[in-house]
Design a binder for this molecule. Sequence first.
Ligand SMILES: Cc1cc2nc3c(=O)[nH]c(=O)nc-3n(C[C@H](O)[C@H](O)[C@H](O)COP(=O)(O)O)c2cc1C
Length: 265
Amino acid sequence: MDWMEVIRTRRSVRTFDGRMLEMEHLGKLAEYIDSIANPWRIPVEFVFLDTEEYKLSTPVIRGEKMYVAAKVPKVKHAEEAFGYAFEQFVLYAWSLGIGTTWIGGTMKREDFEKAAYLQEGEVMCCISPVGYPAAKMSFREAAMRKGVRADHRKKASDLFFDGDWNTPLVSEDPDVAQALEAVRLAPSAVNKQPWRILRTGDKYHFYVRHDKGYSTEVGEDMQKIDLGIALYHFMRFVEGAVSVEDPAIPADENMEYIATVTITR
Ligand SMILES: Cc1cc2nc3c(=O)[nH]c(=O)nc-3n(C[C@H](O)[C@H](O)[C@H](O)COP(=O)(O)O)c2cc1C
């Protein structure tokens, strides 16, 4: 699988062609879900939801016949684990020609939580429609993309740093360079791209740059989900170990340390 190609071409799909997923594709997705893991070893449970059976819909999304939801226990690092796990599903689906859109805000949460049998102590951070992209985007989808500048990404020099927060990171290691580009292209809530990476030696420290007004409730911080997504994109291209050991590097007050990847080869 050319994961860089998958990452480069993926986009959120909000207009579907109205077809149900083929059984073969459903089988492949279900099988793939069994292989999905995350560095925090937090269980992430996926549930497919038929739109007609559960009377489910979300604003902007059109032509969808199915959603996928996922649930995690409400524990520390739940969001990062969720992001890391759910993005595996998103990328694999895209490699099969199946479209998704991460949805954490624009939905009636209670309807999906009920359909997914969410239990006390669990959180369903996000859901996604699953289906085949329509030939043409709806007007609303095109407008939404424009609103969040969905085709735009920040420059690498604004995101990745070497040794301190003033020196842009330019990696000579082709795998790391690819991993950084994969992070840069990742999807994020409202396309905020809150990930920042600081390198010290063979360690890459991941931080979230919080916007004002973010939630501190476990399971509700969308930007920590974004960090889980970024970590997964990075780990696709390097051999490394993820750990949580704050290097205590001074950083702006809106920056929060999330995890470190140590290159192992
Ligand atoms: C954690 C998370 C939550 C998101 N929530 C929503 C949402 O509620 N509604 C929506 O239409 N898109 C949502 N998105 C999709 C982003 O808007 C989208 O990924 C971003 O604009 C970049 O566009 P792209 O995915 O086409 O590259 C979310 C994305 C992430 C990662």
